[in-house]
Ligand binder design. Structure first.
Ligand code: AMP
Length: 507
């Protein structure tokens, strides 16, 4: 994560210990996690003598070649895909971050965002730590390299085979107690791999087995791809150490019940793959539940249910099953729109949104549609979709959204724009419906979301909808980033290619 009051990143982690093709399997695993981050990718591996690594900007397919993977062949490997839109989309911030310290080489890969990252970094820098990136992920390495006064084992003298894993785990234990916020982590040393999840359990991290090897991944879709069997999640507050031959041992740096768990419900709504099991539950099934509940909360009289692919597919199926209104493929997706899409000159109508999906005129012409999508953020995408369906001849459009209105920023690792750009911020439902140009608009309620996801009010994070931040945040959300130690308050860098900003609705 990039340092700053807030970071605009989400990431994917994959690691494996005890397999001769560890680097190659990590490469495949990252492919399965590409949706969690498209800015950069990296793999670090070890055969017990030092760490080799390769990182680069772009998609997994762009960053690695057969020759590079050949250089990374080892029995233990960790990998990372990163998604950042504010701060520095530069190679130096790609992960895993690899450093040498008194105890030997160590690498870290991080998914999440620390709310006290800037504070910890300032403190560490004041005590002499030299940071090589602008990410808060590096804070973990410096905390481990420089244990708290009074912490158990001091770093032993440099040892080419790395420090004993036990002392690293003890120092990690001390370090992790200081971190506040969201952190699913993978560490690599010549002595093996370590997986960690923050005590709140904001971001997912699953453990699988592949023969004698242990695999750890942000989502189980990555386990499926390498044919590993899902065993369980890394528990909130747990440190799982894996030896180079894949043997697992566990300890806790925080109790599971205190603080209250806060798995991110937006993982279910949008972020995770529907074929993944996240926080122990299948995402597609939960999205179907969201759609069913949405149909009960906001029924509509319509001829067909149209999903917005791919994010609305599962919820639309649930809506259709619950309402009895048949599902229709009103949009077809172009799968070849990548990050290189060149935005046309201002004023041109065409945008990435139009290129990505095309309305199927013969399926929607003259019909009353229930259009189901996962979320509305700025509102520009939904507005374009509605316009496309109108041009294709839709008679009525009833938009249904399988989560509540987004009004708050995420401090725990999901990329949202500045809250001032969220369309539901300071706009009423009729104003939003007018801006989008729909006959009716219905969002799932917070209670509906929780119930459909099967979680209680105290056991999930709903901050982006409710403003209830489980881990107190230092201040209002802004796009400031710390670069080289100074706070820069810059204009928001749009994610992917920028959709046009929503205009304020005329009163
Ligand atoms: P918009 O309302 O134009 O900002 O775009 C909303 C759409 O973007 C949603 O329907 C999602 O499919 C997708 N989306 C939602 N959240 C995010 C996010 N954090 N990063 C990227 N895309 C997102």
């Amino acid at each position: 994560m990039t340092m700053g009051a807030e970071c605009r990143e989400a990431c994917g982690l994959f690691g494996i210990a005890g397999h001769p093709d560890a680097a190659l399997l990590t490469y495949y695993g990252l492919y399965a996690l590409q949706h969690r981050g498209q800015e950069s990718a990296g793999i670090a591996s070890t055969g017990g003598q030092g760490i080799v690594h390769h990182r680069g900007m772009g998609l997994v397919a762009d960053v690695f070649t057969a020759e590079i993977l050949e250089r990374l062949v080892n029995r233990v490997a960790i990998g990372h895909v990163r998604y950042s839109t504010t701060g520095s989309p530069v190679a130096v911030n790609a992960q895993p971050i690899v450093v040498n310290h008194a105890g030997g080489p160590i690498a870290v890969a991080h998914n999440g965002n620390l709310v006290n990252g800037a504070e910890l970094r300032q403190e560490l820098e004041a005590r002499g730590s030299l940071f090589q990136t602008t990410t808060d992920s590096e804070v973990f390495l410096h905390l481990v390299a420089r244990p708290e006064p009074g912490a158990s084992a001091p770093a032993p003298a440099a040892d080419p085979a790395g420090q004993p894993a036990v002392s690293l785990v003890e120092r990690l234990d001390q370090a992790l107690r200081r971190a506040r916020g969201a952190f699913s982590l993978l560490f690599l040393t010549p002595r093996g791999m370590i997986a960690v999840r923050d005590p709140w359990g904001f971001r997912p991290l699953a453990i699988g087995r592949l023969g004698d090897a242990t695999v750890v991944a942000s989502e189980t879709a990555a386990l499926d791809l390498v044919e590993a069997e899902y065993v369980r999640d890394v528990e909130p507050g747990e440190i799982v150490s894996v030896s180079p031959d894949g043997k697992l041992s566990s300890r806790r740096f925080a109790g599971p019940a205190e603080p209250r768990p806060a798995p991110c419900l937006f993982e279910y709504v949008y972020f995770a793959r529907p074929d993944s099991r996240v926080f122990g539950r299948n995402v597609h099934e939960i999205r179907k539940n969201l759609g069913r509940r949405l149909a009960r909360e906001h029924p509509a009289t319509a001829d067909v249910v149209v999903p917005v692919p791919d994010s609305g597919n599962s919820a639309a199926l649930g809506f259709s099953l619950e309402s009895g209104i048949p599902l229709e493929q009103g949009f077809v997706r172009n799968h070849y729109v990548g990050r290189t899409f060149i935005e046309p000159e201002a004023g041109a109508r065409l945008s990435e949104v139009e290129v990505k999906l095309n309305a199927v005129a013969d399926a929607v012409r003259g019909k009353r549609l229930v259009v189901v999508d996962d979320s509305i953020v700025r509102g520009t995408t939904a507005r374009s979709r509605v316009a496309q369906l109108r041009r294709a001849g839709a008679r009525e459009i009833h938009l249904r959204i399988s989560c509540p209105p987004h009004r708050f920023g995420c401090h725990y690792g999901i990329d949202f724009p500045d809250p001032r750009e969220l369309i539901a911020n300071e706009r009423s439902l009729p104003e939003i419906a007018a801006f989008l140009g729909v006959e009716s608009l219905g969002y799932l309620s917070v209670e509906g979301l929780r119930e459909a996801a099967g979680v209680g009010p105290d056991s999930s994070c709903t901050a982006c909808w409710t403003g209830d931040y489980r881990v107190p945040v230092p201040g209002p959300l802004d796009k400031g980033v710390l670069e080289g130690g100074s706070a820069l308050r810059g204009a928001a860098v749009p994610r992917r290619s920028a959709p046009p900003r929503p205009k304020r609705v005329a009163p």
